[in-house]
Ligand binder design. Sequence first.
Ligand SMILES: *Cc1c(COP(=O)(O)O)cnc(C)c1O
Length: 424
Amino acid sequence: MVNSFLKEKYGISDKILELSKKADIKAAEAYKKAEEICEYNSLRVLKAFADHNVSEAHLGVSTGYGYDDVGRDTLERIYADMFGGEDALVRHNIVNGTMAIATCLYGVLRPGDTLVAATGKPYDTLEEVIGIRSGSSGSLKDFGINYRQVDMIDSKVDFDGLAEAIDDSVKAVIIQRSKGYDWRDTYSVDGIGEIIAFVKSINKNIICIVDNCYGEFAEEKEPCSVGADLIVGSLIKNPGGGLAMSGGYIVGTKEAVEKVSYRLTCPGIGRECGATLGNNRTMYQGFFMAPHVVCNAVKAGIFCSALFEELGYEVNPSSDAFRSDIITSVKLGSEEKLIAFCRGIQQGAPIDSFVVPMPWDMPGYENQVIMAAGAFVQGSSIEISADGPIKPPYTAYFQGGLTFETARLAIMLAAENVLSESNK
Ligand SMILES: *Cc1c(COP(=O)(O)O)cnc(C)c1O
């Protein structure tokens, strides 16, 4: 029934239907592993809700200063428990992941301190925060904070380089879990634990900050459980479960989170203020749904890898590889195929399925970029999306998918488009 629907309504060819079936068979073991992680994490979230006696009252609205918002304060306790920290800040008015990370950096670093990036160049948007890109006003550099970067070697941290980079001025080390837009392996939580143990063996007072974007709920634990002082992410990615309408979180040690709270609001006020304005309900429900939604996104990634392997493309991670985030990259090899891929994903999105993505000159990027996104929440990348810079090797980065069933179709559409491009 499904196949004839896909054929009649979406024009999926027999060839792609057949390869998709093969891909599912090949991926069965990986799907099962993702579902096991999902079950465990779903039950943990449920238990955390029960342990904190979450009730209707927690879903309410506060205004003005937002003092004693029981919903906000309890959700922060739940995030801390779930992610293995002592304390947390979870706020709808953290505008994105970049702000959440920046708030941590400005919260713990002081003039004269040095920040070290252990996993190479951080995510693009942090360049202006750190002051790597010239002319950014108000950067850490502007405030007299130094920066050193240790590039990775073959997807692994260069431990010798890291040891060299750490002197007495180093106050914090930042570690990025997800590969982001690099062709490297995503760091596992245990792998992050090894980096942190190494840093702490040099100086136990160095604050280890993990950019946890895209990683939440992909494994059974988060980096606070392996010694991270602060972990950070966006609510329009994994932990918002596709329902949170904006926001970010910061989880960590009591001391570090307190410092960050004085930067998030202001000294003396810290976490005590922050009206939730009606956002509690979707933030709770989104967190409840998050393990399941992340599982759908992970399974979509596995299917994408498996299907494009069948079609003969290089993918990362491979369909049977361990996954610690929701991003899958496919090396398509030509501009036409990259565009075809993104257009297929767009056709399979619930919102704006009729839109035809085009390459464009995105501010801050050297090359043109193409993006497919059709989301209920603007820019939400736990929802289905794909993008890539128009430059060799023409890699598409695919992520998200609120439901596996619909994401699977979007990937078939992408494959169909790429196939007809290669038959030209
Ligand atoms: C998304 C992301 C960020 C932050 O990006 P925003 O667009 O500001 O939310 C930072 N690091 C990584 C690895 C990310 O994936």
